[in-house]
Design a protein around this ligand. Sequence first.
Ligand SMILES: Cc1ncc(COP(=O)(O)O)c(C=O)c1O
Length: 379
Amino acid sequence: MQQIPYGRQSIDEDDIRAVNEVLNSDWLTTGPKVDEFERSICNYCGCQHAIAVNSGTSALDIAIQSLELPKGTEVVTTPFTFAATSNALLYNGLVPIYADISKDTRNIDPKDIRKKITNKTGAILFVDFAGQPCDITEIQKICCEYDLFIIEDACHALGAAYQGKKIGSLADMTIFSFHPVKLITTGEGGMVTTNDSNRADSLRLLRSHGIDKTAHHLSDTSAPWAYDMVTLGRNYRMTDIQAALGISQAKKIDAFVQKRTKLSQLYNELLQDIPHIELPVTLENVTHAWHLYTIFLKGIKRDTVFSYLKSHNIGVNLHYIPTYHFSYYKKHHSQDFSLFPVTEDVFNRILTLPLYSELKEVDVHLIVDTLKKAIQQIS
Ligand SMILES: Cc1ncc(COP(=O)(O)O)c(C=O)c1O
């Protein structure tokens, strides 16, 4: 039997046609499709500007770079995320300061954020774990009080909403990823959204070498070929091939969220009375995008259940190993693990079950039956 993966893309004939059209066109990159994809995400999220790049990691990197914070500035963030979140701070000479998470949502705990703020703090970088938005009102309050930037790593949360507002315009900058396991995909890809037009201009420069094609005057010549490099940027550009796939996929954001929500509800129903399992909690004031479906195990060894499911072709996963556990972080940003009791407890008990929009209900039944058998055999 083939393994059921924990996540995968959903590609249909429209997506293939969209990509083929670009392959037959004049523009494989820096063409019109990137603008069109950016506009479609702005329309969906209700934000002013969107800057497409070649990964969520690149999006995080230029977002942090655009803040121009002095080296050594502290940024309060969550350890319970993919390494890319904190790495973006390190690329830019900033210092990740971890706050503990809340057990129910696995999101950064605003009460612990407050405890971590010092006179060196410049920003808060939070992650909407699994697609459930953080307590954004509380984080906004803290940022106003201490005059901090807010960056939302919403790589899991395209399609999610907080108090009825779509994720994408609630922070100074919001980051999305279009990796194949995410809600929509461009193969690899990412985006920064913002309502600040000056920031959008800097993000556009930073994604493409820092080159300003309109800045003829700065290059000391009025020649028609003149352009200037005004800041140290990178080549993080998205191709038109990727953008065409993104435009086609973006039409299906709500449909994908609905499918994932339905499957998560089915998991909740089937798992509710099974001993040793705690279900994920969804808060009242949010629309959850259900990037991941994660459960907690109690009174039973998570790793034994994990291995049992893997050996029965169920592609379980673990999101996440706290960032401060990695050897690089131990070497350069060593942390006392006991400062993060909730993160440690969640890390020891959490398990990700397969979830993607093409997962079949019959597969959910099979996964739950296999999980029940694992628990019976192990407990
Ligand atoms: C929370 C989070 N941030 C950032 C990233 C990086 O995105 P990408 O893989 O597109 O570089 C990911 C990817 O898994 C992620 O889950």
